[in-house]
Design a protein around this ligand. Sequence first.
Ligand SMILES: C[S@@+](CC[C@H](N)C(=O)[O-])C[C@H]1O[C@@H](n2cnc3c(N)ncnc32)[C@H](O)[C@@H]1O
Length: 331
Amino acid sequence: MVQNKFNISFITKKFKKSNNYNASADLMMLEGDTLKVIKKIPNKKVKLIITSPPYNLEKEYEKKQSLEDYLNKMSPYIKEFYRVLKNDGSICWQVGSYVNKSEVFPLDIFYYKMFKASGFKLRNRIIWHFNHGLHSSKRLSGRYETLLWFTKSDNYTFNLDKIRVPSKYPGKRKKNYIAKNKKVSGKPSGNPLGKNPSDYWEIMTNEWELGFWDIPNVKAHHPEKTLHPCQFPIELVERCIFGFTNEKDLVLDPYSGTGSAILAALKNNRRSIGCEIKKKYIKIALDRVKKLEEGKLPYRKFGKPIHIPSGKEKVAQIPREWVKKNYNFNF
Ligand SMILES: C[S@@+](CC[C@H](N)C(=O)[O-])C[C@H]1O[C@@H](n2cnc3c(N)ncnc32)[C@H](O)[C@@H]1O
């Protein structure tokens, strides 16, 4: 059992150990409002900021306000993110929609303008698709959120080979094609390391979504689930970490919650900083870090294939009562 593997530095009221930026720490936990505590981080230290900010949805950690007020308040945070990011750094900003009286406001549309105005350049607008969530009755059910990947400059890290996924048809070959006077016909057309994962991500569409189905006790069985209402899947963060950072780089989650981004960083030999306003989430995050140190952290393995129901599962079958009533199914 590996104990105290990580050098952890706290700038928290409860877990106070050090009060200054510690360049050699594997993890720094900053407790408080990010706008205040981020001042502890010197300029241009962070390689990747990855986060899911509050969406103004009246979760237990936020007060609902007008969309305009909410966005205005986020503006100074974005300036701080720009300040702490290295010139070759990236920010991955994962958001859904703000909803008011059933009217939907996709937050990425608003945030795009704010990040662009601060000097960031958009590289991808990634669709994160999942199969769980509320069933809407006045509009189509929402089944994706977005992850905006911005870089601070044109010189940025992009390790495509680290995040390739298996090709569907690796045996495909080039046909009657002549490139730069070289005949390539008959050669494999793909990349032996797999294909580009694209900007459409289906991550955790297995156990994660089962956790939201009406299957008794499954939620409790999800390997990563804690009491936090909007937790990141570790695997989602890992793809960004592999793609946009190198080993030893510093990863910041300015709204770190239960520490999913911190865990993804530490697990993959990156250093990390988390900022979080709620003590109870910091405590969960630190418990999870301890479990990681001890090799006991439950998590979904990176790149685990997506589950496709066979149709034989009880939950995949049409209920007997509906069959008897002879509904006119259109599927
Ligand atoms: C969407 S959650 C992030 C959850 C996180 N990705 C995880 O996997 O657990 C947003 C988090 O930001 C925290 N938060 C909200 N406002 C904050 C602020 N001004 N400063 C620091 N943390 C804040 C909330 O307590 C909440 O845990």
